[in-house]
Design a protein around this ligand. Sequence first.
Ligand SMILES: [Zn+2]
Ligand SMILES: [Zn+2]
Length: 352
Amino acid sequence: MTGVEPVARPLLHSRLVNPPFGDPGVYVGFMFEKQGLLFDLGDLQKLSDRRLLRVGQIFVSHTHMDHFTGLDRLVRIFLGRQKTLHLFGPPGFIDRVSHKLAAYTWNLVGNYRTDFTLMVSEFGQDETLTRARLRCRAVFKPEMLDPVEARNGLLVDEANYRVYASVLDHGIPCLGFAVEEHRHVNVWKNRVEAMGFRVGPWLRDLKQAILRDDPDDTPFRVRWREDGSVHEAQRPLGELKAELTRIVPGQKIAYVTDVAWNEDNRAAIQTLARDADIFYIEAAFLDEDAEVAASKRHLTAAQAGWLAREAGAKRMIPFHFSPRYSDREDALRLEAEASFTGTAKPRGASTI
Ligand SMILES: [Zn+2]
Ligand SMILES: [Zn+2]
């Protein structure tokens, strides 16, 4: 075999919006595409306007201030643009968003040539999305739309990824999320030439045939243009697949914050974050303060590590550290890690 193997670069690139003592949130960017997803809307100052303007879908766990205060910045930078933003949140979310926007004066927007629009969806236990459209030119007054199904918590079903939600308990309903990128096909471009072909739109068809799982003996037409004339060849799909491509499994990124340590949450989190490549999970308190964590319906670092381990996550990123530990960041990290790697357990884990 000739050629350099293409690097299996992940399509999704995620990072915390703020350091772990700052407001919670994760930004997910897409390789090669000017597209972004945002989980929670706390303090967004650390995200540039350029990055924020790429965001098309926003997922809000709940509307405590540290998760929702960034709506203002978001609306402000999109105002005057012809753009539709999709926001997802827990029951009551449409009211919260529209009340926040109702606090401003909008007497001039009727004359805007653009119509910046928010499509706001609430996800609840009934596996449906209650939806409203809030248009700038209609002074962001919610227009209710027909509800749609969100079976198994499927909020978004795009060509290259899906987003799922699960309703968790934080004393109030609080959503956890998971993004799952579809598997995709990489092509060794230099091998295309080695086989005597040239690159062209046929490669896109080849990728689609592979992802459809067409049988290996399917004849596949390779067609390209060179020096003004059209060239054609035919090969079995299986041969082209083996020689030219590599299938890259999709990544999964899970995001869970502000949840109580109880049985229902544990079960729902296991399902949502199952086998995640990266699991962002709150680790607000130390296990020695488990009672405080319980009273505030938050996790301890040891509980977070345990949940990530049980879900089979490959990597855990703890965040949303309580400011009471501002000089003990290492203790939170070590405790989460010890539990994640199985060298320690959260208190009371024997009763799980
Ligand atoms: Zn919070
Ligand atoms: Zn909260």
